[in-house]
Design a protein around this ligand. Sequence first.
Ligand code: NOJ
Length: 758
Amino acid sequence: MKKYRLIVVTCFVIAGLSVNAQTGRDAKMNSYIKALMSRMTLEEKIGQLNLPTVGFDITGPVLSKDVEQKIEKGLVGGLFNTFTPDAIRKQQDIAIKKTRLKIPLLFGYDVIHGHKTIFPIPLGLSATWDLPLIERTARAAAEEASADGLNWVFSPMVDIARDPRWGRVAEGAGEDTWLGSQVAKAMVQGYQNNDLSKNNTVMACVKHFALYGAAEAGRDYNIVDMSERKMLEYYLPPYKAAIDAGAGSVMSSFNEINGVPAAANKWLLTDLLRTKWGFTGMVATDYTAIMELMNHGVGDEPMVAELAIKAGDDMDMVSEFYINQLKKLVESKRVDVSYIDQACRRILEAKYKLGLFDDPYRGISNDRAAKEIMSADKLVLAKEAALKSMVLLKNENNILPLSSTAKIAFIGPMIKDQRDLIGNWSGAGDWKKAQSLWDALQTQYPTNNFMYAKGAKVIDDTLLLNKLNRFGANILPETLSPAQMIDEAVAAAGKADVVVAFLGESCTMTGEASSRSDLSIPEGQKALLKAIKATGKPIILLLMNGRPLTLAWENENVNAILETWFGGTCGGDAIADVLFGKYNPSGKLTMTFPRNVGQIPIYYNAKNTGRPFSENEKFTSKYLDVPNTPLYPFGYGLSYTTFSYSPITLNKTMINASDKLEATITLTNTGKFDGEETAQLYIRDVIGSVTRPVKELKGFQKVFLKPGESKSITFTLTANDLKFYDINMKYTYEPGAFKLFIGTNSTNVKEADFKLTL
Ligand code: NOJ
């Protein structure tokens, strides 16, 4: 008891000291910034609000001009799309040596899944369900990016998405709010490591605030119209989680929300973000988003600049409407100078927290960059992440893993592909440094048993191909016609015991401005697969893609399917390990795979409706031509081994608001391989003042088991885990009956019942 008291007292003392230290640091920062701002002219303050791009990697219709002259005039607060110690030093030198007040610049970049060591795309990373691993990837990215001169990353993207037509689902953690919130936290923690003043951390930027993942019809830049209940319950929590984890900045999104574009949305950027959530960091717009307010139809140039600053956008990315309009707006008294002061202060605070006023270069040097970038430990991590991200979707008669002595025809445009392997928005990653599957095979298995044929181009459709190549794809012309390529592949298949077909999307078919209305494997590749099928040889289908695809035919017709996403720098090596059983796949889907596009939006935490699906009754909620069920549900993923779940035992079947409910199962590895399982916990609130989803994820545990081994695992829930927005929009729990499920995915579960009393 005494010991306990001592611990508690010590904790209070430590907490008190750290609150004091924090207050002391804040006071120091405040007086520093106050003094600095008292010396700034209005133009210089507005200059801090300007965020131009240095040039390459454009994601909008406009590029910034005369950037270096603007820096010199004090008209730039930060830059993005530039890196390397030399380039950053050169630009920071202008700010530090040539401007009146020597205010350092922020340097931002889209470090999305790694800076130079590229990890699997975020959707793939989320399929690891491994939060410490995800945090480590963000940490590694921060180490590389900061060594390369950057201090700000435009990540994590935490947009919940239920529509795989949207190309940007590749950049997020999938459809689930709870899991998405955990991933958001882990990423912020990895980037910022609780201390932005350290030279090896970078400021996170939570995006796209808000609700961008719900863009109508899965079309980029499109509108969002959503009830407050749906926002609060499903879409907003991951942003909040990232902010609670200390994210230093937020990016306002392109979309409108219920008629008001996010960049002009005071309710969103001030009332919700700051007043309600207590966010004190800085907000930057997305690329030219202030300019785009004119297209949205809410004003002319002065008007939209006024709307944006009053809504709460501190930094203007690329539009330059702030530097062109705000001074005039202040002079004509349309905008009070306090808005400019407030935005400027937030940006200077970010710079202060990053330690830029102490060392504007944050210790960068070419030596440090050489040591950090693509270091051996980061490559090991990239491989681990790629291994754990892969999801085994089908494995008929345990055809996988393969024996390396088998005669195998490796067929498909992805087999020797390096460019697509690192995925879209692959930071500053160099695809030439990624090892293709074929190269990995040659290194790991120097054998003559492996044959190769490309079989098809990723895309045959010339129109689409031209579009993709224009935006950075590397789909080269072929000397053979599509038919000749297929013939060659069929000939290779004929000589083999088994075919490994590696098909999918080019990386540019995913990400920004890459919405698709058809989610099948592109036609030419599908024709190839059908021709291979006709040979009668068993087929292992490897998929490279950045979103759920529609795979009904493939699921029927091939023997095994392995989802490899865009696996990153070490993706090829990792796939080879999985194919031949050096690693037993353990990934689980974080987004539902539909049977066809007509089922979209399709997600596991749906409502029951008044007429739940029933096969034999006409007037129930269903389609005539496709079942309601997905092809592969949320949480799904097989293993080379099998796991059995015992029935659930509960410590109580009735809990009150202060009780702990413990749900225990015994998990057994019933197969022949070592393996890792992700056991998932879901609940259902059976009766509520408002309707509740049929399942909601509330926890998971990853368990490694040897063949024959069993482990008992216990999940603990409290009434807090049962909260939702009730009929009066109060976030609370309601007494009554609940169902609790534990299982291997969102549909294959054991079930137990309990009650909450108050
Ligand atoms: C547009 C994208 O929506 C955003 O995610 C990105 O960070 C910016 N461009 C900057 O490149």
